[in-house]
Design a protein around this ligand. Structure first.
Ligand code: FO1
Length: 310
């Protein structure tokens, strides 16, 4: 079975671990969000691609959901000793090696897709990980009151400000011209099933859907999504701050409507959200918490089962 998943960071990566367990023989292509990418100290950092690669490759810092396990921060400390900014973004020594390889290959003219393939040759994530685009498509967040609007990088908003200042708008710089990376549209066209794991619907899945042609390529496909919201709160992360910023309620119903039909055919919600409904969508209530490998696998199995009926 050929499966395509649109994935952001932690929630998507965790779900993918369960999907691999539930469908060990499936051919899984992950289209990774690159809107979070940032250049720091001259190094290109791709948080969502690295979270998928490290999580499926066995190198992730499990508690954080990002960065490497058994990490040290000597480089970070030395940069701080020189007074280098920013100091609010924690680059670990092991993680820096990934960014050096990526930056060196990009400077040599390789595309981000080629670089990602090269990094995955070491990590063997067991899926084909393709960035949504090789072009620049970086999420910036517009903040500030009416007459004092300014845009900051997504990581400044997410990490430095902890999403504590209201976002007036998310702008994916470059999305208007960014083309899908080679293989993205082909993987979608050949897919038996497309899954939206419980990634952030605004700044992860929503960003991928802004890349030219991706939403159109998905419309005719069977797409099953997993709600990232249980009750009125995100399972993890700050999807609520993102949804509020775009005027969408933090509920499983509102996120389903945000994706809408004909994009979504099946929607998995938590037991307490079983009233969720939308014409043309098969909705099913299942346990959504990915607290153990078994519950994560069970969620993936429920997703595959729903896909057969959606
Ligand atoms: N998130 C934080 O909250 N604090 C950090 O210092 C931090 C560093 C970091 C370094 C590399 C990386 O790949 C991710 C990192 N993240 C950090 C997480 C990152 O902001 C998020 O994973 C995504 O951008 C949101 O999905």
């Amino acid at each position: 079975m050929r499966i395509v998943c649109l994935a952001g960071g932690i929630g998507g990566a965790r779900f993918l671990r369960g999907l691999k367990a539930a469908a060990p023989d499936a051919d899984i292509t992950v289209i990774g969000n690159t809107g979070d990418d940032i250049t720091l100290f001259g190094l290109r950092v791709c948080p969502d691609l690295d979270t998928v690669m490290y999580t499926l490759g066995g190198g992730i810092n499990e508690d954080q959901g990002w960065g490497r396990a058994a990490e040290t921060f000597t480089v970070k400390e030395e940069l701080a000793a020189y007074g280098m900014e920013p100091q609010w973004f924690g680059l670990g020594d092991r993680d820096v090696a990934t960014h050096i390889v990526r930056t060196q290959m990009l400077s040599a003219g390789y595309t981000l897709a080629e670089v990602t393939q090269a990094l995955c040759a070491r990590w063997q994530p067991g899926v084909r990980l393709i960035p949504m685009t090789n072009d620049r498509a970086e999420t910036h967040v517009v903040v500030g009151e009416e007459h004092a609007r300014r845009a900051i990088h997504f990581q400044e908003w997410w990490v430095r400000e902890r999403a504590s200042i209201p976002a007036q708008e998310f702008a994916v710089i470059g999305a208007d011209v960014a083309q899908p990376a080679p293989g993205v549209l082909e993987a979608i066209a050949e897919a038996d099933l497309v899954i939206f794991p419980p990634s952030n619907p605004v700044v992860s899945i929503g960003t991928i859907l802004q890349v030219q042609g991706i939403r159109e390529a998905l419309n005719p496909k069977t797409v099953v999504g997993v709600s990232p919201i249980i009750g009125r709160a995100p399972v993890r992360g700050m999807a609520d701050a993102c949804l509020t910023a775009i005027g969408v309620e933090t509920t499983a119903q509102a996120v389903l409507e945000l994706y809408g039909t004909p994009l979504i055919n099946g929607w998995l919600v938590a037991e307490e959200d079983k009233g969720v409904a939308l014409d043309g969508v098969t909705v099913e209530a299942v346990p959504l918490l990915m607290s153990t490998p078994d519950t994560t696998r069970a969620l993936a199995e429920a997703t595959l089962s729903l896909a057969l009926r959606a």
